[in-house]
Design a protein around this ligand. Structure first.
Ligand SMILES: *Cc1c(COP(=O)(O)O)cnc(C)c1O
Length: 415
């Protein structure tokens, strides 16, 4: 207990370990953005005066920074949007509507972000068909299943880079190669990937890629869709119609301050990615080893080998999920159940991995990030240990496990 008090004294509470949900805007990014709220307020489409030309140049610079962050050669291939949700919708619906003469079949994965899944559901209501690939207990797709799912009616395969709940990284280069061989477009939601793992549209042979500033220490409300312009030239039907901004793909006055910030955030994130990956991996290993050293019956959800460095999702057996979250309320994390809804629905991602409801309810997603310190990790280990131990002491199930009773043999009904 006194050890916990010492650790508590070394950190500022509450701790933020929910960097998959969003990240704090980096002070360098904020500084780059501020002038575009005050003196440099021109409309980037106003070519007739210096106000517009100044912001147009700032947008051009940001476009180049953002393109470079994903290994894209031509900056004309970036379409600025309001975030990854819009980019996901523009990619999936845009391709489906443009290529509907070629086919009506799309492929994606059961563990994708809601923006991707629901875009497919909307298209299904229009008559498109989607195959939702399942994943193994490691969270990864099976390439043979993908190969078998592609038909001559398939127009798009959508697979995310890094999963937002469990952090696993899909075999992107292999997926890209397969799609290329079969002449099918490949879209990747890389919202959780840029700045976390190397992202390269050529290495992955991807045709469209979505990402967003607020997951890489930029502001909320701005993102991008990269669209391949050569070999093949990908065409899209826009979601919005209007002034023809972004080559007609996304009408609407450009959000210059946010775009400038996105450019800066992307440049910093990719420049610092190699060192940051090493630092985050060390912190994550400290977190996992600390928890494993103190507690039994803890389960890591998803592959540890194919995983974004700052990401850890673990379930704690023999505790009650809500009590666990309440017990660690001074640490901001996410859990595997959607507590916002009246019914505690376990996460569909964990379900797809085959995690049972009980363990899904006690899962915690730790999202370590740029501002996470070793002291914070040590506090989190001590705090979670204390709460899990306390809850287990109150649990009759835990008592039976301690007495060596195999719970699977217990006749609960008493008949
Ligand atoms: C956060 C996130 C999104 C949504 O991004 P917004 O910019 O918040 O719309 C989409 N996909 C993934 C994988 C994400 O993590």
């Amino acid at each position: 207990m006194s050890q916990l008090a010492d650790l508590r004294a070394a950190v500022k509470l509450p701790l933020y370990m929910d960097n998959h949900a969003t990240t704090r805007c980096d002070p360098r990014v904020l500084a780059a953005m501020l002038p575009y709220f005050s003196e440099d307020y021109g409309n980037a489409a106003s070519r007739t005066h210096v106000f517009g030309r100044t912001t147009e140049a700032a947008v051009d610079k940001a476009r180049a920074q953002v393109a470079a962050a994903i290994g894209a050669s031509a900056d004309r291939e970036i379409v600025f949007t309001s975030g990854a949700t819009e980019s996901d919708n523009l990619a999936i619906k845009g391709v489906a509507h443009m290529y509907r003469d070629k086919g009506d079949h799309l492929i994606t994965v059961a563990t994708e972000h809601k923006a991707v899944l629901d875009a497919h559901h909307a298209l299904e209501r229009e008559g498109f068909r989607t195959t939702f690939l399942q994943v193994g207990s490691d969270g990864l797709i099976n390439l043979e299943e993908l190969r078998a799912a592609i038909t001559d009616q398939t127009i798009l395969v959508s697979v995310m880079a890094v999963n937002n709940e469990i952090g696993v990284v899909q075999p992107l280069a292999e997926i890209g190669k397969l799609c290329k061989e079969r002449g099918v477009l490949f879209f990747c939601d890389a919202a959780q990937a840029v700045g976390k793992i190397p992202v390269d549209v050529e290495a992955w042979q991807v045709d469209l890629l979505a990402f967003t500033a607020h997951k890489m220490y930029g502001p909320k409300g701005v993102g991008a869709l990269w669209v391949r312009r050569k070999a093949p030239r990908v065409r899209l039907e826009p979601l919005f119609h209007g002034g023809g901004h972004e080559r007609g793909l996304r009408s609407g006055t450009l959000a210059v301050p946010l775009i400038v910030a996105f450019g800066e955030a992307a440049e910093i994130a990719v420049r610092e990615q190699p060192q940051e990956a090493v630092r985050l991996l060390a912190l994550r290993e400290r977190l996992l080893k600390g928890l494993q050293g103190n507690l039994e019956h803890l389960y890591v959800n998803g592959s540890l080998d194919h995983r974004s460095p700052g990401s850890l999702n673990v379930s704690f057996a023999y505790v009650e999920g809500e009590s666990l979250l309440m017990g660690i309320s001074d640490i901001a994390v996410s859990s595997g159940s959607a507590c916002t809804s009246a019914s505690l629905e376990p996460s569909y991602v964990l379900k797809a991995l085959g995690v049972g409801d009980e363990l899904a309810h006690t899962s915690i997603r730790f999202g370590l990030g740029r501002f996470t310190t070793e002291a914070e990790v040590d506090y989190a280990v001590a705090r979670v240990t204390e709460v899990v131990n306390r809850l287990r002491e109150m649990s009759p199930l835990w008592e039976m496990v301690q007495e060596g009773i195999d719970l699977s043999t217990v006749n609960w009904t008493g008949h």
